[in-house]
Design a protein. Structure first.
Length: 144
């Protein structure tokens, strides 16, 4: 199967956590998240624009930190107009961005970007709550 997210070819690193049974690679996580991402998990400032056709809109940081939980590695951020960071993952030599599709044909630079921390991102209570909701929704879906 061919995916459309950035770095999909490299998104084959193995899970380092067994907390999410059946999620063995980032591609598998992407497949599962396609049933979990929703308007509620979208960043509030983008909710009006969120749709099933653009599921990854506003999902980057909570998804990137979930990827880090399951596969390890680091989360980096691309500075966007308006001062927000778009988050993506680096695990070993693999660089991938499960939520890059939200940008359509725009080319993002995945080089020389600053490290992002969950402490920094989760200072926003709404973001921490969306992350917890995403985690719980994924676990619930996997238990069915």
């Amino acid at each position: 199967m061919e995916y459309r997210f950035y770095g999909w070819q490299q998104a084959t690193v193995p899970a380092v956590s067994a907390e999410y049974p059946g999620i063995l690679t980032p591609r598998g996580l992407y497949d599962a998240l396609c049933s979990v991402w929703c308007e509620y998990t979208c960043a509030p400032r983008l909710r009006e624009e969120w749709s099933m056709e653009n599921q990854t809109l506003g999902q980057c940081s909570i998804t990137a930190f979930l990827v880090q939980d399951i596969f390890g590695g680091e989360v980096y951020g691309i500075l966007r107009p308006g001062g927000n960071y778009h988050c993506y993952n680096v695990v070993g030599d693999a660089v991938f961005d499960l939520t890059s599709e939200q940008f359509g044909d725009e080319i993002l630079s995945y080089r020389d970007n600053p490290l992002q921390t969950r402490e920094e991102h989760f200072r926003k209570e709404e973001k921490r709550q969306r992350y917890e909701y995403l985690r719980k929704s994924l676990k619930d879906m996997l238990m069915k």
